[in-house]
Write a protein that binds this ligand. Structure first.
Ligand SMILES: *Cc1c(COP(=O)(O)O)cnc(C)c1O
Length: 335
C-alpha cells in the first residue's frame, strides 16, 4: 500500500493520539476501551473528513480546480471541514444543504456547524428533505462550469475512493501505533454514515493483512444497505490502491442504534455523550459518535465482547454539532 503515489495535502499532525479510557473501562468492568482521537485532526475543530480531504483536495489542486462543491445535511461536519480546507488553499467553495431533519429549532438551523460555515463566508444553497442531492451537486457543478469556473465535486461525506484513501492511511497509522505500544487490538468500532471511513479502514486493514475486525455502528440506513454501500466502496478503494479483493464478510455494520432517523437524537445517544463527558472529559457528537458509542455501550452491557478484549473506538469528531442540539442535551444532562 503506497499512498504517496496519490496527490495529497498534509493537513493533520499524525499519529492522532490513541488513549486508554481507564475510567470508562472501570465503570463498565471491561473490555479495555481505547479511543483513537480523530476528533483532533487540526482543521477547524477537527473530525474524520479532514483525513479524506487530504486526498480530495490534493486531487482537486492537481486537476487545477478553482471551485469546490459539496453537499450534506444542515449540521454537516463534512461541509464545515471542506470549507475550512478550501479557505486554506484559496479555493472557492459552495455547499448544498439538505434539510434532512425536520425542525424549526434555531440552534439546529443557525448554530453549531452552520455558525462556522457562516463565519467562513461559505456559500450555502438549501434543499428540502428527500432531494436527490447527488443530482443537485452535478447541476451546481454544471452551473459553475458555464460561468467559467473549474468545479471539483466532492460527494456527501467525501465518500468516494479518493476520499476513502484517508482511512486506508489511518489503518496503517493505527496498526503502526499499536505495534509501537505493544498493544494487540481485537476490534475497531466507529460510527458509519456515508461509508468512506469504514470502507477505507477495511480496505487498508485488508491490504496489510492486519486481522482486525471493524464494526460500524449505523447512523442512517438499515444494515443491508449500509453494508452494501461500505463493501462497494471498500472494493473500489482497494482497486484504486492496487490491493486485494475485500471479502464481503469483512464489512459489518450494526444499525440498531439509529433511532427514528438520521440526525434525530436518541436517549441512548444522550446517555453516551454524558457518560463520556463525565468519566473521561471527552465530548462525542449527537449525530454520529454519540450514537456509535451508544451502540458500543449497549453491546458491552449485553456481553457481546470478551472482557479481555482491547477495543478501539474511533472518535470521528463532530462535537460542534452538540451546539445544534442544546435544548435536548441540556434536558438530558439535568435529568
Ligand atoms: C461523517 C461523519 C461520520 C461518518 O463517516 P462516514 O465516512 O460518512 O461513514 C462519523 N462521525 C462524524 C462526526 C462525522 O462527521
Amino acid at each position: 500500500m503506497h499512498l504517496s503515489r496519490f496527490p495529497r495535502v498534509k493537513l493533520c499532525q499524525t499519529p492522532t493520539p490513541l488513549e486508554k479510557m481507564e475510567n470508562l473501562t472501570a465503570h463498565l468492568g471491561g473490555p479495555t476501551l481505547w479511543i483513537k482521537r480523530d476528533d483532533l485532526t487540526n482543521v477547524a475543530t477537527g473530525g474524520n473528513k479532514v483525513r479524506k480531504l487530504e486526498f480530495l483536495i490534493g486531487d482537486a489542486l492537481a486537476k487545477g480546480a478553482t471551485h469546490v462543491v459539496t453537499q450534506g445535511a444542515v449540521q454537516s461536519n463534512h461541509v464545515r471541514q471542506t470549507a475550512a480546507v478550501c479557505a486554506k488553499f484559496k479555493l472557492k467553495c459552495s455547499a448544498l444543504l439538505e434539510h434532512r431533519v425536520q425542525t424549526n429549532d434555531s440552534d439546529y438551523l443557525q448554530g453549531g456547524n452552520v455558525l462556522m460555515d457562516n463565519l467562513m463566508g461559505l456559500h450555502l444553497d438549501h434543499f428540502p428533505a428527500g432531494t436527490d442531492m447527488a443530482a443537485a451537486l452535478e447541476a451546481k457543478g454544471a452551473e459553475l462550469a458555464a460561468a467559467g469556473e473549474k468545479p471539483y465535486l466532492i460527494p456527501g461525506g467525501g465518500s468516494n475512493p479518493i476520499g476513502a484513501l484517508g482511512y486506508a492511511a489511518v489503518a496503517l497509522e493505527l496498526v503502526n501505533q499499536a505495534n509501537e505500544m505493544g498493544l494487540k487490538i481485537d476490534r475497531i468500532v466507529h460510527a458509519t454514515g456515508s461509508a468512506g471511513t469504514q470502507a477505507g479502514l477495511v480496505a487498508g486493514l485488508n491490504a496489510i493483512n492486519a486481522g482486525i475486525p471493524v464494526l460500524g455502528i449505523g447512523t442512517r440506513l438499515p444494515q443491508d444497505r449500509q453494508e452494501a454501500n461500505v463493501h462497494k466502496l471498500a472494493e473500489a478503494t482497494s482497486a484504486l490502491l492496487g490491493g486485494p479483493a475485500v471479502p464481503r464478510e469483512a464489512v459489518m455494520a450494526n444499525c440498531d442504534y439509529v433511532g427514528e432517523g438520521y440526525g434525530i437524537p436518541t436517549k441512548a445517544m444522550a446517555e453516551a455523550v454524558i457518560l463520556l463527558a463525565r468519566t473521561e472529559g471527552i465530548f462525542l457528537d449527537p449525530v454520529y459518535s454519540g450514537k456509535g458509542m451508544s451502540g458500543l455501550l449497549d453491546l458491552i452491557r449485553k456481553n457481546h465482547f470478551n472482557k479481555d478484549e482491547n477495543i478501539v473506538f474511533l472518535h470521528t469528531g463532530g462535537q460542534v454539532g452538540l451546539f445544534g442540539y442544546a435544548d435536548y442535551l441540556n434536558a438530558a444532562a439535568a435529568a
